[in-house]
Unconditional design. Structure first.
Length: 306
C-alpha cells in the first residue's frame, strides 16, 4: 500500500514536496516554485560533484596502470577493439573504475544528501538544514555513523555493482557489436547504431534501479552517535529504514504501488515498479538523440574519407 504524505495532508511540512509522480521536467518545475528552494537550488551539491569528477579523473588511470603492471599488460591507450585478446584489458578497466568508485563513495554520499536533483535531498529551509556544506556533511556523517559504516554499510553492494556494470557497458559495446554480433559500422551503419542503442537501453534498464536504490540507501542516516538535527528532506522518505538492496527494491514496488486490490500488483501496471525507473524516458530520448547525431557525424566522416 502507499505510504507517506498526501498532497493535501495538513501535517506535511511546508518545505516538503508532495508525492512526485510526474516527469523529471515536472519535478524541476515543482522544485523551482517551492518556498525555500527556487531555481538556484537545482545546483546544490555542485562542489561535491566537481570534487568527485576531478578525483575520479586523477585516480582511475593510476589504479588501472597499477593493475596492468601486476598483470604484465601494455599500458598504452590502444582501443580494445584493436586488441587481439581484449579480455584482460577490459577487466582492468572495469576493476579500476570499481575500486575508484568505492574509494570515492563518501563523496557520492555527500552529494546525494546535500544536493537536490536526487530521489531525496536536504531541504534549504535554514531551520531544518542539517548540513551546512560539503565538508561539514562529510565530517558529520563520519562522526555520527563511522567511516566503516559509510564504506561497508548497506550501500556497499549497490556501489560495487553500479561502478562495475557502468564501465563494462561503456567499454565493451564495440566489442559486443563487432566481434560477437559481427556487425561493422563501415558495412552496416544503421544496424550498428541500432545495436548500440539497444545496449544503451539495456544498460539503463539495469543501472537505473541500482542508482535509485543507492540514492535511497545513501540518505538513510544510521547514526551510532545521533547529532542535534535529523536529515530533513525536500521529498518524502520511508519512515522505516531499508534493510538492503533487495528489501529496498521490494518495498519500492509493493509499498509504493497503485493497486488497491488484494491481488499482487502487476509488474507493469503499478506505479511502484515505475518508481525504480524514474527518469528512464528522458534518458532514453537523450540516448536516441546522441546515437543519431553520432551516426550522422560518422557517416559524413566516412563519406569525406572516400
Amino acid at each position: 500500500m502507499r505510504t507517506g504524505y498526501d498532497e493535501n495532508d495538513p501535517t506535511r511540512p511546508p518545505f516538503m514536496l508532495p508525492r512526485l509522480e510526474g516527469s523529471a521536467l515536472g519535478v524541476v518545475g515543482q522544485l523551482s516554485s517551492l518556498n525555500d528552494e527556487g531555481f538556484l537550488s537545482l545546483w546544490k551539491g555542485h562542489t561535491a560533484k566537481w570534487l568527485y569528477d576531478m578525483s575520479h579523473l586523477l585516480l582511475q588511470p593510476s589504479i588501472e596502470g597499477l593493475f596492468n603492471d601486476i598483470l604484465g599488460l601494455s599500458d598504452e591507450q590502444i582501443p580494445l577493439i584493436h586488441l587481439d585478446h581484449p579480455g584482460a584489458s577490459l577487466a582492468t578497466l572495469v576493476a579500476s573504475h570499481t575500486v575508484t568508485g568505492l574509494f570515492l563513495s563518501p563523496l557520492e554520499l555527500v552529494r546525494t544528501r546535500y544536493m537536490i536533483l536526487t530521489l531525496v535531498a536536504q531541504t534549504s529551509n535554514p531551520f531544518h538544514k542539517k548540513y551546512r556544506g560539503v565538508f561539514h556533511c562529510l565530517r558529520t556523517s563520519i562522526a555520527e555513523e563511522g567511516l566503516s559504516a559509510i564504506y561497508l554499510g548497506r550501500n556497499l553492494i549497490p556501489t560495487l555493482l553500479f561502478h562495475s556494470i557502468t564501465p563494462f557497458f561503456k567499454y565493451s559495446t564495440d566489442l559486443i557489436i563487432v566481434r560477437l554480433l559481427g556487425i561493422s559500422f563501415d558495412d552496416a551503419p544503421f544496424r550498428y547504431s541500432l545495436c548500440e542503442l539497444a545496449l544503451h537501453t539495456l544498460e539503463l534498464l539495469i543501472t537505473l534501479p541500482l542508482e535509485t536504490i543507492r540514492r535511497r540507501l545513501q540518505c538513510q542516516v544510521v547514526a551510532r552517535i545521533p547529532g542535534d538535527l535529523e536529515l530533513s528532506t525536500v521529498v518524502e522518505r520511508s519512515p522505516i529504514p531499508y534493510a538492503g538492496i533487495g528489501n529496498c527494491a521490494w518495498r519500492i514496488v509493493f509499498e509504493e504501488g497503485g493497486s488497491t486490490s488484494s491481488a499482487p500488483p502487476s509488474w507493469w501496471s503499478t506505479w511502484g515498479f515505475k518508481g525504480l525507473y524514474k527518469g528512464f524516458r528522458m534518458r532514453l530520448v537523450a540516448s536516441i538523440g546522441l546515437t543519431s547525431l553520432q551516426q550522422i557525424a560518422e557517416v559524413m566522416e566516412l563519406e569525406d574519407s572516400r
